[in-house]
Design a protein around this ligand. Structure first.
Ligand code: TRP
Length: 326
């Protein structure tokens, strides 16, 4: 590790040793299911992370810029409600604009605790925040945040915990799992704590589908990169010209469904095993649930939270919500 100088604060990792991913096993199992599915957690290799950064800047992808604008406008109110000397516990390691905005806008937060399964991503994000915010104690935790975990103890006692979960990542979980995750956040918020969460809202198909299938084709490339990654890492021969990206709004289940569609009848070999695809056969790669305010409030209540405040943009595309332990 590099020598710590006055301008490179060292951050101390709490490593809870989450089990390593088994990419090969998960791919072979997922493609053997009916319908076939691949876990969205595998989108984010180096190329996938780069493509996702480009998605957040697409004109059709309203999510990131709308959340940032709401955050910008709501920050004084958020800071007043949270109060001084909080500990911010982020589910996932953010070093982006949203995390920086929150830490800069709160009233003298004591500590920042990013919780993230990818050790490398966690440490580089934590180090970047520590350098930018020398007065905040940065205490990264390497763990699978879907299960309850022990928090590190900051040097000074925080007044309350503020769990932070931006980006509407909650929408990527099926509803029962989303409620389970809210329950974990309730536990980690602890007595007197709160959750600040980004929740994307139900809206017209005409707005939703292009957000997940943009004109420039970046989202298609992002989705197809999953097959390219399988080719690169698992000795497979997916022909990327014979699969296409599809994003469909399912109004009954309130979600965007993202799939890869086999355009022809074909056979693919992965690690020596053949997989036969019919023409039109699909691989599910992600759900992105959209909620209305009442529906999300009842999920929050099921997990023990009360909705203290909801901030919206003028077009009511997206919400940032402050949930408190009731
Ligand atoms: N959490 C993001 C969302 O649901 C992830 C995402 C955006 C995504 N675009 C995508 C996932 C396209 C798969 C494909 O909004």
């Amino acid at each position: 590790m590099a020598q710590a100088g006055p301008h490179t604060p060292q951050v101390k990792l709490l490593d809870l040793h989450p089990p390593a991913d088994d990419f090969a096993r998960d791919v072979l199992d997922g493609l053997s299911e009916s319908p076939r599915a691949l876990s969205p957690k595998y989108f984010y290799d180096a190329r996938g992370s780069h493509l996702f950064d480009r998605i957040t800047e697409l004109p059709e992808y309203y999510v990131t810029r709308t959340e940032l604008a709401i955050m910008e406008a709501a920050m004084p109110d958020i800071a007043a409600r949270v109060g001084p000397d909080a500990s911010v516990i982020e589910f996932g390691a953010g070093s982006g604009q949203k995390t920086r905005r929150l830490l800069a806008g709160l009233d003298a937060p004591i500590s920042y605790v990013p919780v993230e399964i990818s050790r490398d991503h966690l440490m580089s994000a934590a180090q970047a925040i520590a350098e930018e915010f020398p007065d905040i104690e940065v205490l990264p935790v390497c763990a699978d945040f879907t299960q309850p975990f022990n928090l590190p103890q900051p040097a000074r006692m925080p007044v309350r915990n503020l769990v932070y979960f931006p980006g509407s990542t909650i929408g990527n979980f099926p509803k029962p799992e989303a409620i389970d995750l809210l329950r974990v956040m309730y536990t980690e918020a602890a007595q007197g704590g709160a959750l600040l969460i980004g929740v994307d809202l139900r809206k017209d198909r005409a707005r939703l589908e292009p957000a997940y299938d943009d004109a420039a084709g970046v989202t298609a490339e992002f989705n197809l990169n999953l097959l390219a990654r399988i080719n690169r890492e698992l000795d497979a021969d997916f022909d990327l010209d014979r699969f296409r990206h599809e994003a469909t709004w399912n109004p009954d289940d309130g979600r965007i469904e993202i799939r890869l569609v086999s355009m022809v009848k074909q056979s693919v070999e992965i690690a020596g095993r053949p997989f036969r695809f019919a023409s039109g056969e699909t691989i599910l790669t992600e759900y992105s649930h959209k909620y209305d305010l009442g529906e999300f409030a009842s999920m929050a209540r099921e997990a023990g939270f009360a909705v203290e405040k909801v901030w919206l943009d003028d077009d009511r595309l997206f919400s940032i919500q402050l949930l408190t332990r009731s």
